[in-house]
Design a protein around this ligand. Structure first.
Ligand SMILES: [Zn+2]
Length: 312
């Protein structure tokens, strides 16, 4: 979940105000000097057109909303530069990653940002370390991905860019997001048994009402030998997962770190996946390049533990 950039909104508001003022003045001139009408109309139309493009690009840039078009727009907005860090999702290099100041956002518990590095978000595609780790894994498994039927739950802009750049087709699914190909409830999947080869499901399990049911449904739709790439917030100090589906928003923030999280996973995560019928392993980050900054963060619970499970 991304936090909107206040400075960018202010910037956008000032520019929008300037634009409206200019259009209003242009129309005044138009009515005063009718003989200049055509010239002024053409100028206003040109300005209006470029302003629309400009505003649209800003909306895309700061809301990351229409990921289908983001690939094109981000190519125009972000130049590839020399730098110390690299984002394998969008393929861009930067001086450093950004601090998105999630700890200032009331939806999150600020104390869960204590030990993490904050400068971890890609300025172009908003990838966090976990998405860059998944993109690196995907780079090493392009052949497998090319020949697989892939389903991506709660699609992340950064990974959608990676798939687009590599020409790999994925079906996207979500219960609420209208941009996805399928509307699916993870706890009651409207899909046949063993109908998908690979499922990506990152940071969804902490939101659903019944995570055990969700895992059992995932196991049902993935073909034997297929893969489940899954991650969720983990508190390594917890021996067991904690959950409370009925508690208040304030308690969710306090207990699970975020206003819409119903549980927090612990050391028993691997066992939970194995009990659901998967051979659970984690993506080995030791061989990952340092310039993708594969660290914990932005939250302490955003560990770089990505499970790459094989369906038994
Ligand atoms: Zn990126």
């Amino acid at each position: 979940m991304r936090k909107y950039n206040r400075a960018a909104y202010l910037n956008l508001a000032v520019k929008a105000l300037l634009f409206v003022t200019f259009v209003a003045l242009s129309f005044c001139v138009f009515y005063c000097f009718l003989n200049l009408g055509i010239l002024i109309s053409a100028a206003v139309a040109a300005l209006f057109g470029s302003a629309v493009v400009f505003l649209f690009s800003y909306l895309l840039r700061y809301t990351a909303f229409y990921f289908k078009y983001y690939f094109l727009i981000s190519g125009l907005l972000f130049r590839n530069s020399q730098g110390n860090v690299y984002c394998p999702c969008c393929g861009k290099r930067f001086e450093k990653f950004q601090d998105d100041r999630y700890y200032d956002d009331k939806r999150f518990n600020p104390s869960t940002f204590s030990n993490s590095r904050q400068d971890v978000i890609c300025d172009c595609c908003r990838s966090a370390p976990r998405q860059r780790i998944i993109a690196e894994w995907a780079e090493q498994n392009t052949e497998l991905l090319n020949r697989s039927e892939i389903l991506y739950f709660a699609p992340e802009l950064s990974m959608m860019l990676w798939f687009k750049r590599h020409g790999i087709k994925v079906k996207t699914a979500d219960l609420f997001d209208r941009r996805t190909d399928l509307k699916l409830d993870l706890t009651a999947l409207d899909l046949p048994d063993e109908s998908v080869d690979i499922v990506f499901c990152n940071h969804v399990l902490e939101h659903v009402t019944d995570h055990s049911r969700a895992l059992s449904e995932l196991h049902r739709i993935i073909r034997k030998g297929g893969r489940l790439i899954i991650s969720f917030p983990i508190d390594e100090s917890l021996d067991e997962m904690i959950e409370d589906k009925e508690c208040s928003v304030e308690d969710r923030i306090r207990l699970f770190g975020q206003c819409d999280h119903l549980r927090l996973f612990g050391k028993d995560s691997k066992m939970m996946l194995e009990n659901a019928g998967f051979e659970a392993d984690t993506i080995d980050i030791r061989k990952m390049p340092e310039d993708i900054v594969p660290v914990t963060g932005p939250s302490d619970y955003d560990t770089n533990k990505i499970f790459c499970c094989i369906r038994k």
